[in-house]
Design a protein around this ligand. Structure first.
Ligand code: CP
Ligand code: NVA
Length: 308
């Protein structure tokens, strides 16, 4: 049994094994109705708690469906409706939940909540997004890229815009999967130095670029995300939009990148802000395959955590 807290905290060999299993599980149930259980029911008799302290569509539904397809049972808990949101400590919550369930997935604000949950829980804990990282997303992203274009190793990935939590996990993945990452965005929204340092230490080339068009030259994959994350203050909206507008992913940018570049976005997207509909719905966009692969990647992550 093991946690899945971050891409750089999981062994690179295990990350590859997770993706191989995810692909196999996806193929095995292709075209079946979504409620059809997987033949081997690897999570039979397992109970999984899914805790959300922030909104979610994809993470919530894909984890819930994933547990059920694998023969387990899940419960979705809202942080504000738990005693956790009313003064009970994270450590006590972790110890109590461990008496009822076999695994915990948590989406929260500060990373310290996730880490404390993992420290005190005696069952595996999975990171469903914090202010700092979003590892399950990037596992689905790597899976999606590789489904369409083969190994991501040595490819040029360009992150456009805000150096946020999803970007940080991309940097961790650059180190673990061996691709190069160019960040194109404003100086005061650069990704954290620690993640850049990590990726470089692992041999990835990390480039910081202010010019969006220059950044995407020769890109294999272009990725962006919302200009205001769930942990950002609404009052910062206008300032951030003004800073990030030059980094919108639109058709002109895609033309610079070339027809072989593909586009991804973790979603939810704010159309005509960070991404135009022409790109999002265009032939180079993989966004809905990417969303689907959350389900398959996370099923394999859960199996990895439980050792089943
Ligand atoms: N990409 C992602 O995590 O989406 P949700 O916020 O809908 O879960
Ligand atoms: N960066 C976004 C990702 C949403 C899935 C956020 O944290 O709100």
């Amino acid at each position: 049994m093991t946690d899945f807290l971050d891409i750089h905290k999981t062994d690179a060999g295990d990350l590859h094994k997770i993706l191989v299993q995810a692909k196999a599980m996806k193929v095995a149930r292709a075209d079946l109705p979504k409620g059809t259980p997987d033949a081997d029911a690897p999570l039979a008799n397992h109970m999984v708690a899914l805790i959300f302290e922030k909104p979610s569509t994809r993470t919530r539904v894909s984890f819930d469906v994933g547990v059920r397809q694998m023969g387990g049972q899940s419960m979705i808990l809202s942080g504000s409706e738990m005693q956790l949101g009313h003064g009970e400590t994270i450590a006590d919550t972790a110890r109590v939940l461990s008496r009822y369930v076999d695994m915990i997935m948590i989406r929260t604000f500060d990373e310290s909540v996730l880490l404390e949950m993992a420290e005190y829980a005696s069952v595996p804990v999975i990171n469903g997004l914090t202010d700092r990282t979003h590892p399950c997303q990037i596992m689905a992203d790597v899976m999606t890229y590789e489904e369409h274009h083969g190994s991501i190793k040595g490819k040029k990935v360009v992150w456009m815009g805000d150096g946020n939590n999803v970007c940080t996990s991309f940097l961790h993945a650059a180190g673990q999967f061996g691709f190069d990452l160019t960040f194109a965005g404003p100086a005061n929204l650069e990704p954290e130095a620690e993640a850049i340092g990590y990726a470089r230490k692992k041999g990835a080339t990390v480039t910081i670029e202010r010019d969006a068009h220059k950044a995407v030259e020769g890109a294999d994959l272009i990725v962006t995300d919302t200009w205001l994350s769930m942990h950002d203050k609404q009052s910062a909206r206008e300032r951030r939009h003004n800073l990030l507008r030059p980094y919108q992913v639109n058709n002109a940018l895609l033309q610079t990148a070339g027809k072989d570049a593909v586009f991804m976005h973790c979603l939810p997207a704010h159309r005509e802000e960070e991404i135009t509909s022409e790109v999002m719905d265009g032939p180079q966009s993989l966004v809905f395959d990417e969303a689907e692969n959350r389900l398959h990647a996370q099923k394999a992550i859960m199996r990895h955590c439980l050792g089943v």
